[in-house]
Unconditional design. Structure first.
Length: 214
């Protein structure tokens, strides 16, 4: 079962450039420790004004191994102490997600320039209905050019919610997808049916740019 950790930091006023510099240094250090890290910048939605570090793990055992490696690495400890001492950013989230599909494995070589993320909390007694609606959406998003991944939040800002992500190679690919889905008859019919009796409430939405190679 694949696992993602998501650490989010809010830029403090006047420190955006320094925060970005530190964030990219953290990315390089995590990758130097052998971790599948990706730096993300929200460009629209509820997380704008923050920077995100996500790390893919093959399992919870792999996550535990990686965490212990970070904790025991003197270079990481020195960097983290220095970075937090600058006052450039404040941590506002530290969440752990696992894939709804236990067979899913992240492909580190997959081009992923942009991610559309929607996080939902199922209404009481409606989890089964909600998961069914999410699964029914996958053929539509894939047909229109998106790459879907469904994650359950186990620990963090919104526990026991589902994060549905759709990945794209770049902003052009996202723009093409957004134009298509807005007028696609099959998707609009599916969405109209779902919205007749919504099974979940939206708790987070955003468009995230991969800045790992910035």
């Amino acid at each position: 079962m694949s696992v993602i950790t998501l650490s989010r930091f809010r830029s403090e006023p006047g420190h955006a450039a320094q925060h970005l510099e530190l964030h990219l240094e953290a990315l390089n250090r995590l990758r130097g420790l052998g971790m599948q890290a990706m730096a993300m910048q929200p460009i629209a939605g509820s997380d704008v004004g923050t920077l995100i570090m996500s790390v893919n793990h093959d399992s919870y055992a792999d996550y535990a191994t990686g965490l212990q490696k970070m904790q025991s690495d003197a270079g990481w400890g020195e960097f983290y102490t220095r970075a937090m001492g600058t006052g450039a950013a404040t941590q506002v989230e530290n969440s752990i997600f696992n894939d709804v599909d236990p067979s899913f494995r992240a492909d580190p070589g997959r081009p992923l320039g942009v991610v559309l993320g929607l996080q939902w909390r199922a209404k009481p007694g409606r989890m089964e209905d909600f998961i069914g609606n999410v699964m029914a959406s996958i053929p539509h998003t894939e047909r229109l050019g998106g790459r879907g991944r469904q994650l359950m939040s186990m620990v963090g800002a919104h526990p026991m919610t589902m994060l549905t992500t759709t990945g794209f190679a770049d902003l052009d690919a996202y723009g093409e997808y957004a134009d298509k889905i807005g007028v696609d008859a099959e998707f609009q019919a599916y969405w109209a049916e779902v919205m007749k009796d919504p099974s979940a409430d939206l708790v987070r939405s955003g468009l995230y740019l991969n800045i790992s190679d910035a």
